[in-house]
Design a binder for this molecule. Structure first.
Ligand code: SF4
Length: 113
């Protein structure tokens, strides 16, 4: 039986190649390709519900959120990620899920101008 041995140097070299391949794949697939694979955040998700997340900012409970304004949407929030033209985008608050560009939650904060 052949004995398989790998030096520490080889292992580090291989892990470096793998790490370098991830951003390359992201570029080849395009930023939308990876984001499109993520599920949409449900307003019923426990954390989403706690933060009052909705897909449509015009449906926010005004009585419960008196400082909310309809101009506050995920697409102009400091915590949203992804491209400006994407309808569903990643958010720093909800990793692994996509939020609606027209959505809103209590963590909304204006993007720096
Ligand atoms: Fe939308 Fe901002 Fe709340 Fe994320 S933190 S869900 S981008 S309002």
């Amino acid at each position: 039986m052949e004995k398989i041995t790998m030096t520490r140097r080889k292992m580090l070299r291989m892990s470096g190649v793998a790490a370098a391949a991830i951003p390359t794949a992201h570029v080849l697939l395009g930023s939308n390709a990876l984001a499109d694979e993520l599920p949409h955040l449900s307003p019923d998700d426990a954390m989403a519900a706690a933060l009052g997340y909705v897909h449509d900012t015009t449906t926010v409970d005004k009585a419960a959120n008196p400082r909310h304004e309809n101009s506050q949407v995920c697409s102009n929030c400091a915590l949203v990620q992804g491209g400006d033209d994407e309808e569903w985008r990643p958010c720093a608050i909800f990793p692994g899920k996509l939020v609606s560009a027209n959505g809103w939650c209590k963590s909304w904060a204006p993007k720096a101008s």
